[in-house]
Design a protein around this ligand. Structure first.
Ligand code: OSB
Ligand code: MG
Length: 383
């Protein structure tokens, strides 16, 4: 019987090779919350919370997630006998609103723990069918259109199968037009605005619409599906929703209202793998293609995204770049790599994500640790 005996929280600080700028802020050093779940019988699994340092992409942060996991998530999971990791989702959603990133860190860790206990790849436990996934890159906002073009051309040459560029007012049309001209009309190019626009910016959005982009990701408010529908009606280019999709209900709203035609699934944003699979299945039935987004994860969270992206309805390359694109040294061995054809191989010869953590490196990077067991909660809340 599957049971989580303990959860160790750790915060590490991992410097990005270069700062990553989106419309709402810039990340230089990635503060990352890692979890180690143990079954108390010799098997353990590492997982990663995707929350960032600041609440500029989503309302959760490393600090809120730390608190929420310790106070509200872990007590519901530790010591509970489970038939399957798919039970965690209901356990965490009952009378417990939001905080998907905190919930997902534990939920995904339980799937990884189960995969390792059963000695099977995480991908196959989730219903994945692929041996390789297609890789895309997300380029942060650059100082000039020329700087962007130089990067985009180099990445295309490296093999990346999708080029996503971040945009914001002041760094949009000139940048995207320059990229389109340089890469050619057939290149798989898209933009992601992270909510930088409103319907008042319709002229800019209509001009972007003429660039033959694969999609325009989350141009309007982070929690909106109504104004996106007004916008989608005016655009030929499909809108892809990221921030707004927090579960299958929002996908149903998107379809009913016509707010978008493509969904970016980030398992951390939607509360974990069970919800990601539910969204994947719903979108497959409804003819909506999905792809796997990224949150500048270390190799631990990257392994989760790789496993998820091996499901059949993932129809665009994910924001799942190789380790070396982000870090001088990743926290897993072997690191995640991309082949010259722009694909990444799953590691199906090993259990779970197929990579091992570099404990020594993680110890060096750790800034705080907390260990949670059933005893922790017995002390805090005596009967
Ligand atoms: O909107 O997809 C996003 C990174 C941080 C926050 C939000 C987003 C992103 C990315 C990076 O686009 C994707 C990656 O991990 O490479
Ligand atoms: Mg996005």
């Amino acid at each position: 019987m599957l049971k989580v005996h303990s959860i160790t929280l750790r915060e590490i600080s991992l410097p990005l090779k270069e700062p990553f700028k989106i419309s709402s802020g810039v990340t230089t050093d990635r503060r990352i919350l890692l979890l180690e779940l143990s079954d108390g019988e010799g098997t353990s699994a590492w997982s990663e919370c995707v929350a960032a340092e600041w609440p500029n992409y989503f309302y959760e942060t490393v600090d809120t997630a730390w608190l929420v996991i310790c106070r509200y998530v872990a007590p519901r999971v530790i010591g509970r006998a489970l038939q399957s990791p798919s039970e965690i989702r209901q356990l965490l959603d009952k009378d417990f609103r939001g905080h998907n990133m905190a919930k997902a860190a534990v939920e995904m860790g339980v799937w990884e723990l189960e995969a390792r206990r059963r000695d099977i790849p995480l991908s196959r436990l989730l219903g994945g069918v692929r041996e390789r996934i297609e890789v895309g890159i997300s380029i942060g906002i650059q100082p000039s259109p020329e700087a962007l073009v130089e990067k985009a051309e180099a990445y295309l040459k490296e093999g990346y199968r999708k080029i996503k560029m971040k945009v914001m007012p002041g760094a949009d049309l000139a940048y995207a037009s320059a990229a389109r001209r340089a890469l050619g009309s057939g290149a798989p190019l898209m933009v992601d605005a992270n909510n930088a626009y409103t319907l008042d910016d319709i002229e800019t959005l209509l001009a972007l619409d003429d660039l033959g982009l694969l999609m325009i990701e989350q141009p309007l408010a982070w929690d909106d599906v109504v104004q996106h529908a007004v916008l989608q009606e005016k655009l030929k280019t499909p809108i892809c929703l990221d921030e707004s999709i927090t579960g299958p209900e929002r996908v149903r709203d998107m379809i009913a209202l016509g707010s978008g035609r493509i969904v970016n699934i980030k398992p951390g944003r939607v509360g974990g793998f069970a919800t990601s699979i539910a969204i994947h299945d719903l979108c497959e039935q409804e003819g909506i293609p999905v792809w796997c987004g990224g949150m500048l994860e270390s190799g631990i969270g990257r392994g989760y995204n790789v496993a998820l992206a091996s499901l059949p309805n993932f129809h665009f390359p994910g924001d799942i770049s190789p380790s070396a694109r982000y870090w001088n040294r990743d926290v897993v061995t072997p690191e995640w790599t991309m082949d010259p054809d722009g694909t990444m191989a799953l590691r199906l010869d090993k259990p779970g994500t197929g990579v091992d953590v570099d404990r020594e490196l993680i110890d060096d990077l750790t800034v705080r640790v907390e260990v949670l067991t059933a005893e922790t909660f017995a002390k805090e809340a005596p009967e």
